[in-house]
Design a protein around this ligand. Structure first.
Ligand code: SAJ
Length: 445
């Protein structure tokens, strides 16, 4: 569906979305106010500050203070250098500043009881903007939300300013950057912009064109909201399929990793990889929002269940390796939810720690990217000394360089459970380890 240039109320589902290359230029050095200085809001604010004057707003005073000191509360390649470069055009505070462009990047957690989106932070941000909203101002919502939120919640909240929705500009544009590559992806990925009318799409496209090199695509808010959920749900369901294949492969006594690699050589097949469960702040959360206002959620919630069941499957595999010895010491390698980052939000390691501790096992932890966790990460030598089993949880590239002979010398019993199929099984077996690989039935016969 696209917004027709000549009539903003006309939509045609058969037409492709447009490239925004012909949009009006955004005013250089506009006043921009970014609400929410988290993992998405802070980099967005700093990137926008290359072209505009940006005030970042967060309700957490200590976060604002840290950012103002240059002590950024996130670890992303090149972000400190970007901060230095734009320092003269960026400031952080706890109150909304009068601006031409407002960007809402507040969190939308899952309401734990009802498994639906908690949009209260989005609503609160719109309420904070309303008193300073002037005719012609642009408001962009980036937070992940159920389809309809921009028009049903944000627009009426902004109208409490006394302006009607034809007097301000409002669009939804989802962030789509992958943690660990946030700045590069925020600049280079294509962007989807869904505006409530043609002027809104023009204004939001012009804003993103000022610091995005990827294509900026035009559509309506509901489609833009849906696109974000569809992307992350696709990934969740694909990973669930890979996990299901892994469980089947274990029963059939074959290696799922070899099978997936071979299947992926087919030009129309692209299967993701099995693992210990799906973590992070988005993939395990966003599928819940997709169907919350519909009657359809069979496949999506089944995929969630499959992915959520993986930590228990890993623990069963570890118990098998230990022959049920619950006095054992188990060392988890990796607390981050994925390789190459220090982010532990919704990491499967948390569930693994709980399940193993519930068995009475002594749990140790190592992660080269993580400093604190419910179980304190230790240096590798200490985490491994006297251990009965290593569990490779996170696919950090550092772990491919582990030396099995060296580690085996200090362990009490040489067991390895590899949840990612990352390590070279023959060399670990040659060093005397009993090895089980998730999804490789040959290692579990
Ligand atoms: N995982 C697997 N198997 C795989 C791929 C991932 O088990 O084949 C696991 C990871 O280990 C991790 C989890 O899935 O625990 C999620 O990791 P991810 O890399 O799939 O996702 P995120 O949360 O780091 O980033 C995703 C991205 N979305 C897509 O790729 C569709 C990113 O582009 C989004 O911006 C981000 O969610 C977000 O903020 O929504």
């Amino acid at each position: 569906m696209r917004i027709d240039q000549s009539d903003s109320t006309t939509t045609d589902t058969s037409l492709p979305v447009d490239d925004a290359s012909d949009t009006a230029a955004v005013e250089p050095d506009a006043d921009v106010c970014v609400l929410g200085l988290g993992h998405v809001g802070l980099p967005t604010a700093l990137l926008a500050a290359q072209e505009h004057t940006v005030v970042g707003v967060d309700i957490d005073q200590s976060r604002v203070d840290a950012i103002e000191r240059g002590d950024l509360p996130m670890d992303e390649p090149d972000i400190d250098q970007l901060y230095e470069r734009v320092a003269a055009d960026f400031s952080a505070q706890t109150t909304v500043a009068d601006a031409d462009v407002y960007v809402i990047v507040t969190p939308t957690p899952v309401d734990a009881e009802r498994a639906v989106a908690d949009v209260s932070y989005v609503e609160a941000a719109a309420e904070m903007i309303a008193p300073t909203l002037s005719p012609g101002d642009l408001v962009v919502l980036e937070s992940t939300v159920p389809p309809g939120t921009t028009e049903r919640l944000v627009a009426p909240t902004l109208e409490t300013s006394g302006l009607s929705r034809s007097e301000f500009r409002l669009a939804f544009s989802p962030e789509r950057a992958s943690p660990g590559e946030t700045l590069t992806e925020m600049v280079e990925n294509s962007r989807v912009v869904g505006g409530i009318d043609e002027e809104s799409v023009d204004a939001a496209c012009a804003f993103y064109d000022s610091f995005v090199t990827g294509a900026v695509r035009r559509t309506v808010p509901r489609v833009a909201e849906f696109v974000k959920l569809v992307e992350n749900t696709f990934r969740d369901v694909n990973i669930a399929l890979a996990n299901e294949f892994a469980l089947v492969a274990e029963e059939l006594g074959l290696d799922v990793h070899e099978a997936i690699d071979l299947a992926n050589e087919h030009p129309r097949v692209g299967i993701h990889h099995p693992g210990p469960g799906v973590g992070g702040h988005c993939i395990p959360v966003d599928p819940n929002f997709l169907s919350q206002h519909t009657t359809r959620d069979r496949l999506v919630s089944l995929a969630r269940d499959v992915n959520d069941s993986m930590p228990a499957h890993v623990v069963q595999g570890v118990e098998d390796l230990l022959d049920g010895d619950t006095d054992a010491t188990v060392t988890l390698l990796g607390a981050a939810y994925k390789g190459g980052v220090g982010d532990t939000r919704r990491t499967p390691t948390r569930t693994l720690v709980d399940l193993l501790a519930g068995l009475g096992v002594d749990v140790r932890l190592h992660d080269p990217h993580v400093d604190s966790f419910p179980v304190d990460p230790e240096p590798l030598a200490e985490a491994v000394a006297g251990s009965d089993c290593l569990v490779l949880v996170t696919d950090h590239s550092e772990y491919t360089a582990l030396d099995p002979s060296e580690l085996g010398e200090v362990m009490a019993t040489k067991n390895l459970y590899d949840t990612r199929g990352l390590l070279d099984t023959p060399s670990w077996e040659a060093a005397g380890f009993e090895v089980a690989v998730l999804g490789d039935g040959r290692t579990q016969e």
